[in-house]
Write a protein that binds this ligand. Structure first.
Ligand SMILES: [Mg+2]
Length: 333
């Protein structure tokens, strides 16, 4: 089967929106609690559509990132800053502190180096999918752009590492045929290499945690989430109350590791994968969005069922932006 990249671009960005939309009602809840609401999640979604009326900041910022790349024919900082400032007029839905605080400063005219928050939160990884798509044939620009697009709002090294890892994972998956699968070893090699050979302690710690994840892929989802929900989180940000629970912390490393874990545990279909991601517990919408970008890039839009496509607000607009991004990519590469 020849890979249709437009199909993958659309699958990836719609995947973000579907995961975000499905996870939104479960943000801040324990996985064990979420899973008492239903036996059959598919049925639950169909019967409770009003719960899934909207996506959140994850999708909003992903779409602004795509617009910035389209307008700039690639990364140009002024378009990124403009688009993120424009997001304040959307207005933001459920924003994280790191994003909103830095972007408000940008709007006031504070230079980005001063405006960037020292947050290690997942706010830059959740918007990175368009960068992975646009630079899928340009590995060098992929990494530098992932970092640049991250540091303009988050100066913490975990934030940029997460952006590089997820952008690299998207590049790997966009090329793969879901009918034949892919090598898990190769997948881990690509994502760990993407952040290897730096002197940064946090990036090195991230690699260790990814290696640990790889060695634990045989454990059940609940146990894995208990294990990795607060991976890499340091005092005073550690949440004692959720120790030993599946409740994904909004720190970049824990969110990325949990999203990758669930994605790899549910390679059976887009639907099974996204349902499990969006009900992860804790920062469920962002696990849904980040994991959704991986699932969408892998399965493509042709493997996303019509009911899920239709569930998402502005589905046609998202598909159009994905197509415009694809056209811009084709013009350049
Ligand atoms: Mg959100």
């Amino acid at each position: 089967m020849e890979i249709n990249l437009l199909d993958k671009f659309q699958g990836c960005l719609l995947g973000v929106a579907i995961g975000d939309t499905l996870g939104h009602p479960f943000e801040g809840k324990l996985r064990s609690q979420i899973h008492t609401y239903f036996d059959d999640f598919d049925e639950f979604v169909q019967k409770n559509k009003s719960l899934f009326r909207t996506y959140t900041d994850d999708t909003q910022l992903t779409l602004h990132t795509a617009e910035a790349l389209i307008k700039g024919n690639g990364f140009k900082i002024e378009y990124f800053l403009d688009e993120y400032i424009n997001w304040l007029d959307d207005p933001p839905i459920g924003p994280g502190y790191g994003c909103i605080s830095s972007i408000r400063k940008l709007k006031l005219g504070v230079p980005w180096k001063e405006a960037a928050s020292n947050s290690g939160g997942n706010g830059t990884t959740m918007r990175i999918a368009p960068v992975g798509l646009y630079y899928c044939k340009d590995p060098k620009a992929l990494k530098t752009t992932a970092i640049k697009s991250s540091i303009i709002t988050h100066s913490h090294p975990a934030a940029s590492a997460g952006a590089v890892v997820i952008a690299s994972a998207i590049v790997f998956l966009i090329d793969k045929n879901p009918e034949t699968g892919f090598s898990i070893d190769e997948f881990f090699e690509v994502i760990t290499n993407s952040i290897a050979n730096t002197q940064d302690e946090i990036w090195e710690e991230f690699i260790k945690i990814l290696n640990k994840l790889k060695s634990k892929l045989n454990i059940p989802i609940e146990s894995g989430l208990i294990k990795f929900s607060q991976a890499g989180v340091k005092s005073p940000y550690f949440i004692e109350d959720y120790l030993g629970q599946a409740f994904v912390h909004p720190y970049t490393i824990s969110t990325v590791v949990c999203a990758i874990f669930i994605f790899l545990k549910r390679l059976t279909s887009f639907k099974e994968c996204i349902f499990e991601l969006a009900t992860a517990g804790g920062d469920s919408d962002t696990v849904g969005a980040i994991g959704g970008s991986l699932a969408g890039a892998y399965f493509g839009i042709q493997n996303i069922s019509p009911d899920l496509k239709k569930l998402v607000k502005n589905d046609k607009k998202i598909l159009k932006i994905s197509e415009d991004l694809y056209i811009s990519f084709k013009e350049k590469y």
